[in-house]
Write a protein that binds this ligand. Structure first.
Ligand code: TXA
Ligand code: MG
Length: 311
C-alpha cells in the first residue's frame, strides 16, 4: 500500500514499521526509540536476532550523542561521502542505543542517506533503524513493488521510484589502525582510496557481526558464473552490447562497460528469475574486476551461495 510522506512520519512516530526508499535499496524503518517497531522489523524479515541493524541519521552532527570514540580520518569519510551510500561501524555509548539494534555489540553501524524523501522523514522522526526491505536471504528491494512482493500488498511503503544505486551501502570498520571494508557496496574501493589516500583491505578476520555469516541475495535458480556462455544455455544474464545463444531467455544488466547500470538492474533481474520460475541461468562475467565491477562480482558470487558453480 503506497503511503505519502506525512503518513510515513505519522506511523513511524507511533512506533510502527514502514518501508522507505533510499538511494541504495529500500529499507524497513522504525525509530531508534520504538522497542515494538524494532522487534517487529526482526519478525517481519525473519531476521536472526544476532544480526544488527544500521542506524540512519539526518546529518553527520547527529552522530555525536551515540559514538564513544571517533577513529582517525572519520571526518574525511563523512565530509566526502555523507550524505551517501557509506556505512561506518563505530564504537558506541552503549547506554544510549537499545542492545537489540546492535545485537549487544560494543559498536554500531551508522549512515546518513541521500535520498530526498528519506532525508525529509529523518528530519521529522530522528534516527531510524533500517535494514534492507526484503525477507532475510532474498534479494534486496529496489522498488516499492519489490517490497510489496515480499511483505504483501497492504504493507505501507513510501514510493520513491526505483533506487538509484540498486545495491547496498559500502560498510567500513576501523580495525588495527586502518579502515577495512566489511561489505563492498555502492562506493568502490577506489573511491575510498581517493578519500583516505591509503588502501582499505577487505576485512578478513573473524566475523565481527554475526550477520556476516548469513547467506544473502539468493534467487531460487542455480546460477553459473562464466566467461563463456554455452550454446545450450536456456537463460542468460548478460549485457546488451553482446550476443548470446539465440534461443536463450535474456536478462539484461545493461551495457558491459557500465557497472553502475548493472548494479542498478541486478536485484530486479534476480527477482525476475524467481518470478519466471527460471531453474538455471548462466551469468556472463567476462567483465573488469575493478571499481564497482568488484561489487557486482561479489554480489553475483553471493547470489550463487552454496549452489555456486564458477567456470
Ligand atoms: O544501503 C544500505 O545499507 C541499506 C539501506 C536500507 O540503508 N541497509 C542495509 O541494511 O543494507 P542490512 O541490515 O540489510 O545490512 C546491514 C549490515 C548487516 O550485514 C549487519 O550485519 C551489518 O550491516 N552491521 C550492522 N551493525 C553492525 C556492527 N555493529 N558491526 C558490524 N556489522 C554490522
Ligand atoms: Mg540486507
Amino acid at each position: 500500500m503506497r503511503i505519502d510522506l506525512e503518513e510515513a512520519v505519522f506511523r513511524l512516530k507511533k512506533g510502527e514499521v514502514v518501508a522507505l526508499p533510499t538511494e541504495t535499496v529500500y529499507g524497513l524503518a522504525a525509530t531508534l526509540t520504538s522497542k515494538e517497531g524494532i522487534r517487529r522489523i526482526f519478525e517481519l524479515k525473519g531476521r536472526p536476532q544476532d544480526n544488527p541493524l544500521i542506524i540512519h541519521l539526518h546529518q553527520t552532527s547527529d552522530l555525536e550523542p551515540y559514538v564513544s570514540f571517533f577513529p582517525e580520518k572519520v571526518d574525511l569519510l563523512t565530509k566526502a561521502l555523507w550524505p551517501g551510500p557509506l556505512t561506518l561501524v563505530l564504537p558506541i555509548k552503549e547506554e544510549v542505543i537499545p542492545p537489540e539494534v546492535t545485537a549487544h555489540l560494543a559498536t554500531g553501524a551508522f549512515r546518513v542517506p541521500k535520498h530526498s524523501l528519506v532525508q525529509k522523514v529523518l528530519k521529522e522522526t530522528g534516527p531510524l533503524v533500517m535494514p534492507s526491505a526484503n525477507l532475510s536471504g532474498r534479494p534486496s528491494a529496489t522498488s516499492a513493488s519489490h517490497v510489496e512482493a515480499d511483505f504483501g500488498a497492504s504493507f505501507p511503503v513510501l514510493d520513491g521510484g526505483s533506487s538509484r544505486q540498486g545495491v547496498e551501502s559500502t560498510i567500513l570498520y576501523f580495525d588495527k589502525e586502518c579502515w577495512k571494508i566489511l561489505r563492498l557496496g555502492a562506493i568502490s574501493r577506489e573511491r575510498i582510496f581517493e578519500v583516505l589516500q591509503v588502501a582499505s583491505p577487505i576485512y578478513q578476520g573473524k566475523a565481527i557481526s554475526p550477520g556476516q555469516k548469513y547467506r544473502h541475495y539468493a534467487p531460487k535458480a542455480i546460477l553459473h558464473l562464466s566467461k563463456v556462455i554455452p550454446d545450450d544455455a536456456k537463460a542468460v544474464i548478460g549485457f546488451e552490447d553482446r550476443s548470446y545463444p539465440r534461443f536463450a531467455t535474456f536478462f539484461s544488466l545493461g551495457e558491459s562497460h557500465n557497472p553502475k547500470q548493472a548494479l542498478h538492474c541486478l536485484y530486479d533481474v534476480l527477482r525476475r528469475l524467481d518470478q519466471d520460475q527460471v531453474k538455471e541461468a548462466w551469468v556472463d562475467i567476462a567483465i573488469s574486476e575493478e571499481g564497482l565491477f568488484e561489487t557486482l562480482l561479489e554480489r553475483l558470487h553471493k547470489a550463487c551461495g552454496d549452489k555456486m558453480s564458477v567456470c
